[in-house]
Design a binder for this molecule. Structure first.
Ligand SMILES: NC(=O)c1ccc[n+]([C@@H]2O[C@H](COP(=O)([O-])OP(=O)(O)OC[C@H]3O[C@@H](n4cnc5c(N)ncnc54)[C@H](O)[C@@H]3O)[C@@H](O)[C@H]2O)c1
Length: 315
């Protein structure tokens, strides 16, 4: 199978993610069938899709005519065998339960043509394990779309032990074609996105449970603090920007008091600090800032935040 040969796509499970993933394929010009086992879920998906359509019209992204064309490419169905069995590319978005995903992958393996890629939208689980009962595990892969799926550009791509190079290439090519930014990650729990995001969520809930701050104040601090900066500066860039010596001092102080491994000084930082590599201020941290890169980086950060605050009408 090659990308130009893909015409019909199927999404299994039309819940929170499946409806938007189906919408994403339709926005990119693909015929897509969203299939579920509950007719009530199909009704909810239809409503969700209609809200997506209205928002994109209101925001001037698509005209009514274009939205009509997008809608005409989406079908919602309870007929699993017809929708999945005739698809050229399948995305699985059923609940995050290993036994369910394993059964769905096995069924896809039985009814799909053997060159059809089966991609899971799992947030955290191992594709090697989903694919363990498949006859053709080389076509199993994970593509973790980020909520809201039709709008978020990143898709994490995770190969299992048996995933073929051809499957990985096809998935990268297809996701790029539909306007996504695929990023590769090893088959490790939570991948990149949820390994980091869930550490933050756990810390925020911990503050609520210990009554350190109110939920609305925690959300306000994160949204307007590092949340505002995150679209221009990632966490590793943040360490370089802040200064590795400063980060290390904070880790030492917090670990000394809490004894929580999350704050334990990081070996990767200690090593660089010993070497005198303190980030942007010395020209070398996790990234290389020689040849004026530090100014370019500062420019990227500040302008990114200015643009974001302007968009949010904060300045
Ligand atoms: N909710 C999120 O924010 C989010 C974000 C990224 C990834 N994910 C992942 O996406 C997947 C789906 O999550 P969700 O939040 O959309 O779940 P959900 O519970 O909202 O939807 C799951 C849907 O699958 C359907 N279903 C169950 N068994 C089925 C079967 N055998 N065949 C067809 N449909 C079936 C259910 O009826 C339901 O409509 C999970 O793996 C989850 O971890 C979720």
């Amino acid at each position: 199978m090659t990308v130009p040969e893909i015409r019909k796509t199927a999404v299994i499970g039309t819940g929170v993610m499946g409806a938007d993933i189906a919408f994403g394929f339709a926005m990119a010009g693909y015929d897509v069938t969203g299939v579920d086992v509950e007719s009530a879920q199909l009704d909810i998906a239809a409503k969700k899709i209609s809200v997506n359509c209205q928002q994109l019209i209101d925001e001037g992204i698509f005209s009514e005519k274009q939205i009509g064309e997008i809608n005409s490419r989406i079908s919602l169905s309870l007929d699993w065998d017809e929708a999945v069995g005739n698809a050229d590319y399948v995305t699985e978005a059923v609940a995050e339960l290993m036994t369910l995903k394993k059964a769905v992958f096995k069924k896809c393996d039985e009814i799909c043509r053997k060159d059809v890629v089966i991609a899971s939208n799992t947030s955290s689980m191992s594709v090697t394990e989903f694919a363990s009962e498949m006859k053709y595990p080389q076509r199993a892969i994970s593509t973790h779309w980020i909520i809201p799926a039709h709008l978020s550009p990143i898709v994490e791509v995770v190969c299992g032990e048996e995933t073929s190079t051809a499957t990985k290439k096809l998935v990268f090519d297809l996701l790029t074609k539909i306007g996504k930014k695929p990023v590769s990650c090893k088959d490790s729990p939570g991948f990149i996105h949820n390994y980091v995001q869930f550490a933050m969520v756990k810390a925020a809930l911990d503050l609520v449970e210990r009554k350190i701050a109110r939920p609305e104040d925690i959300d306000a601090v994160i949204r307007n603090g590092f949340g505002l900066r995150l679209s221009s500066v990632g966490p590793i860039q943040f360490v370089d920007m802040c200064g590795l010596d400063t980060i290390l001092n904070i880790q030492k102080y917090m670990y000394g008091i809490t004894n929580d491994p999350v704050y334990q000084p990081s070996r990767s930082i200690e090593k660089r600090v010993d070497n005198g590599d303190l980030g942007v201020k010395t020209g070398q941290g996790f990234y290389d800032y020689s040849e004026n890169a530090s100014e370019a980086f500062g420019e990227q950060t500040n302008r990114g935040i200015i643009k974001m605050r302007k968009a949010l009408k904060q300045i």
